[in-house]
Design a binder for this molecule. Structure first.
Ligand SMILES: NC(=O)C1=CN([C@@H]2O[C@H](COP(=O)(O)OP(=O)(O)OC[C@H]3O[C@@H](n4cnc5c(N)ncnc54)[C@H](OP(=O)(O)O)[C@@H]3O)[C@@H](O)[C@H]2O)C=CC1
Ligand SMILES: Nc1nc(=O)c2c([nH]1)NC[C@@H]1CN(c3ccc(C(=O)N[C@@H](CCC(=O)O)C(=O)O)cc3)C=[N+]21
Length: 285
């Protein structure tokens, strides 16, 4: 058996087209949608991600302001920058890049992001609202997982799903979104005993671990659907998923590729959230 590739490219193109149309309307109405990206790191993969957001934003007609406070910024300085952006009516979305300088806690910092502008669902209050079924932006990556499954017509209701990873950026919010779709979700992590037994019992496996090739064929039941969130830099400047596509592809029914799967949908959703935030402000006056 050779697994079907669940591409994210077409879905990302659809989301970007819809986003560009709404961005053009907002711009014509004198409210150009604007995303502020706060950076406090010299990390190369973070810099790559920021450049890819800026490129995608430009194509969609969304303004992207990168505010680099430097890799030695103190917590008070970072929080102060976020508070200033909350108060700036010309800014509709705010994201804070990780990693942060040593000793600065990402969750603490994200508490300073206004929930209405929290387009990557980083504020713990956004995660709480998501869990409680209240309106909030989900982290773009977590939403991308469900969106890509929906796009390819994969049923979630009632099905056993293994979510491998419990980070606040991906695993926990994705588990909530999957639960909202009536999946029966098991959340796994580094202390999970016999991970392969748990993932083999699932019909849908989502891997957000950060270990290239961790999920091999013996972790997957024949006919399962596998979503690979991992974006692990390879030595030669490429990207490797958390799933060993060569072996899993022979067992699974369907698998999201890396690159070309969850990644492009993530960036498209981040911009979509930004125009939603801008439109909401307009609706409120
Ligand atoms: N495509 C995209 O848009 C995005 C991709 N990513 C990628 O997704 C991956 C995960 O990111 P993120 O959630 O931020 O990573 P984190 O490092 O924050 O979390 C990793 C999770 O995986 C668990 N884990 C680690 N090792 C194992 C193991 N051997 N077996 C089972 N579970 C394990 C950890 O468990 P524990 O909690 O016990 O430590 C933790 O819950 C990375 O490759 C990242 O680059 C991330 C965000 C967006
Ligand atoms: N709070 C937070 N939110 C994130 O969303 C987040 C983060 N932290 N930390 C870092 C990771 C990484 N990440 C990627 C997003 C898109 C691609 C992407 O679009 N990749 C393309 C291009 C790949 C290539 O050019 O080789 C693809 O997969 O096809 C990759 C990686 C978001 N992250």
């Amino acid at each position: 058996m050779t697994a079907t590739a669940l591409s994210g490219k077409e879905l990302a193109t659809e989301i970007r087209a819809e986003t560009a149309a709404r961005a053009a309307e907002l711009t014509a109405a004198g409210r150009p949608p604007t995303l502020a990206v706060v950076v406090a790191t010299a990390d190369e993969s973070s810099a790559w991600y920021v450049r890819s957001i800026a490129r995608a934003a430009e194509k969609a007609g969304v303004h992207c302001d990168v505010i680099d406070v430097g890799p030695h910024a103190a917590a008070a300085g970072i929080a102060g920058t976020l508070v200033r952006l909350n108060a700036d009516d010309a800014v509709h979305g705010v994201i804070l890049q990780t990693p942060l300088p040593e000793g600065v806690n990402a969750q603490e910092m994200a508490l300073a992001i206004d929930v209405g502008k929290d387009v990557d669902g980083a504020n713990p209050a956004s995660l709480g609202r998501l869990a409680a079924g209240l309106p909030a932006f989900a982290p773009a990556t977590a939403q991308a997982v469900v969106a890509i499954l929906d796009h390819h017509g994969i049923e979630l209701s009632g099905r056993p799903v293994a979510m491998v990873g419990r980070s606040t950026v991906v695993g926990k919010p994705a588990a909530h979104l999957l639960l909202d779709r009536n999946a029966t979700v098991t959340i796994c992590h580094s202390r999970t005993r016999d991970l392969a037994a748990v993932t083999r019992a699932a019909e849908v496996v989502v891997a957000a671990v950060g270990r290239a090739g961790l999920i091999t064929a013996e972790y997957v039941s024949p006919g399962a659907v596998v979503v690979d969130v991992g974006t692990n830099p390879t030595g030669d400047g490429g990207l490797a998923g958390d799933v060993d596509a060569a072996s899993v592809g022979a067992v699974a029914a369907a698998l999201t590729p890396v690159p070309g799967g969850v990644g492009p949908v993530t960036t498209a959703l981040l911009l979509s959230h930004t125009v939603q935030a801008a439109a909401r402000v307009r609706a409120g006056g």
